[in-house]
Design a protein around this ligand. Structure first.
Ligand code: UDP
Ligand code: MG
Length: 209
């Protein structure tokens, strides 16, 4: 594994964009022997997210910005990021630092052990609340009953894949209504999970009402 792509969707994240870039850069700069790129996807933000990202990219040529003409949603943004990434390993994570960037070295170790699909699994979901945890638990119970593939219940939009599953996603998973965190678990390849403890949102509010 030579090159790592970090894929980060942003919708109205002007309070966070710079902080997110700084934190990722701190961690990624310390990785010796890896090339890297950071791909930010501006998902039709109505605030200053895009000019901030463009400013960052103008100072740092490891940063690429994809910008949507309107808001297409988190999953469409992740797919675009995966499509444009050139890394041997791709890490998808949220902009608000709820997905700890400190996990990136462990993800790379896990790639180097031969795993191609890594689902990041929340240990505790403090912010989600009782009802959300209960309904999502039920959802996965039913899904696992009807499916041949086992899906991790606490898998998140924080996951990492190598080039091979990324190619499969690019070619064969092009529906407009998607469920990416589950797709990545269903396409085969050697897969595993890593546990992480979700942080609180670094600033701003959830973009889902
Ligand atoms: N996001 C996006 N498009 C949207 C909504 C959210 O790209 O339409 C991004 C958002 O900027 C963040 C990630 O998806 O990087 C997760 O969003 P958020 O933190 O608001 O979700 P929550 O953690 O509350 O589930
Ligand atoms: Mg969040």
């Amino acid at each position: 594994m030579k090159k790592i792509s970090i894929v980060i969707p942003m919708y109205n994240e002007h309070e966070i964009a710079n902080m997110c870039y700084k934190r990722i850069n701190e961690v990624i700069k310390q990785l010796n022997n890896y090339e890297y790129e950071i791909i930010f996807i501006n998902d039709g933000s109505k605030d200053k997210t895009l000019p901030i990202l463009e400013e960052i990219a103008s100072q740092d040529n490891t940063v690429k910005v994809i910008s949507f003409s309107r808001n297409f949603g988190h999953e469409a943004a992740m797919i675009a990021g995966i499509d444009y990434s050139s890394g041997d390993g791709i890490v998808c994570m949220d902009a608000d630092l709820q997905h700890p960037v400190e996990c990136i070295p462990q993800i790379l170790d896990t790639f180097n052990q031969g795993y191609e699909v890594i689902s990041m699994v929340r240990t505790a979901n403090k912010s989600a609340g009782f009802v959300k945890n209960l309904t999502s638990g039920l959802f996965y119970k039913i899904l696992n009953k009807i499916s041949e593939v086992h899906f991790e219940e606490n898998a998140s939009d924080f996951f990492a894949i190598t080039k091979k599953p990324a190619e499969v996603l690019k070619k064969h998973f092009r529906e407009t209504s998607r469920f990416l965190r589950a797709y990545v678990q269903s396409i085969g390849f050697k897969k595993t999970t890593i546990e992480y403890e979700a942080h609180d949102r670094a600033a701003g509010e959830s973009k889902y009402s």
